[in-house]
Design a protein around this ligand. Sequence first.
Ligand code: SF4
Length: 240
Amino acid sequence: MKLYDAIINQTNSILQQRSCRHYPPDPSRIWKDRGTSELVMLRDAAFELGGKGYESVNYTCATTTPGLISSDEIIVCGPDLPDIHADVPFARIVFLETEDLQEATDTEKAYRNIREIEFIRYHVFPAGYMVRVSSTSNEEQVRISRKVIDAGIRFSYVGGTYIRKYHTLPLVRHVRIIFVTDPDTVAALVPCAEKVDGITKTLTHILDGLPTDCGHCQMKAVCDEVEGMREMHLGKKAGK
Ligand code: SF4
């Protein structure tokens, strides 16, 4: 899987121009996962990330390119949770180095692999950190309770919760999770999220058995831009 490599590189170059903090996951500081969704009432909330009209960006990219995501890591760009005092824009991005998802050779297996990765997004429940995600958009809103701010929650601890969950999938080798609260950086990442959305939709259609007439295909713009996408679809048809 190299379809998302250009987006990973584009995201990296955006982040390299900002001052971000890098953390290795600390097993002793992983934030508690409640295992089920928790309601944080507005009256108990300290603030929201990406809510109430603020920009919100969320995307996940998998790669098999060696060295692109070479270790588990958490990156924070912008104020960390203890330093936020009002609603802010928010981006949460996940990059995964995985084993071969087999999108070019085994459609059913690839489907299962992609669904398993998607499943994680909806099944991490950090305590006092109420996540609202939409399966039809690349947005994510988070409501943070005052109680966990007082208890010292930080993005690096929440990142540890996500990383641990992704590692329950045997096909995941390394996880990089990026939290962004700097408004300019969130805005700069919006085009990346839109491209990821286009790739993911095209990939899903290809695995669904989309007809192979490029001249009449609504995904053509994506395939014109993303290296390897057209080869994957037309190669499949040719029985490669
Ligand atoms: S390769 Fe052609 S037919 Fe297949 S998804 Fe891309 S544009 Fe459509």
